[in-house]
Write a protein that binds this ligand. Structure first.
Ligand SMILES: [Zn+2]
Length: 156
């Protein structure tokens, strides 16, 4: 028979695992902060793991116009196709559509405004925010930190 004490221990373990699952989203790549620090540059770590924002107009990817794919710099998950990129004038690489299943979103109330944060579905790394003032056909603007992306040119 299950006693009260072991039942309580079991319940709190369940609750803890639920909270932890939520904190790391549904990411399939799970690493500790120490492990991420070892494999990312300080700038990448700040954006991907701490939801930092790079300074605008600093990413060389703003000017990237070749055909190819923008992948997550931490785990190589393909996030955006080059033909969904547009010049938003904001100073951050911008896209009107993410690849299917590539990103997940959550509400972010930092800066007292509700914004929609999105992150890589594979490693949970923060990428940027999505706004509803983008061009057609989606009307969306994925405002992405360039430091969180890597460009893979299409092989000709
Ligand atoms: Zn990733």
């Amino acid at each position: 028979m299950i006693n009260r004490r072991s039942f309580l221990t079991y319940s709190s373990a369940m609750l803890l695992s639920m909270v932890m699952t939520k904190a790391i989203y549904a990411a399939t790549i799970v690493k500790t902060n120490e492990e991420w620090k070892k494999m990312l540059t300080p700038e990448q770590y700040d954006v991907l793991r701490e939801e930092g924002t790079e300074r605008p107009f600093t990413s060389p990817l703003n000017k990237e116009k070749r055909s190819g794919t923008f992948v997550c710099v931490a785990c190589d998950n393909p996030l955006f196709a080059s033909d969904t990129k547009f010049d938003s004038g904001t100073g951050w690489p911008s896209f009107f559509q993410a690849m299917e299943g590539a990103v997940e979103t959550k509400s972010d109330t930092k800066l007292f405004a509700v914004r929609t944060e999105y992150h890589c579905s594979k490693c949970g790394g923060h990428q940027g925010h999505v706004f509803d003032d983008g061009p057609q056909p989606t009307g969306l603007r994925y405002c992405n930190n360039g430091v969180a992306l890597k460009f893979v040119p299409k092989e000709s």
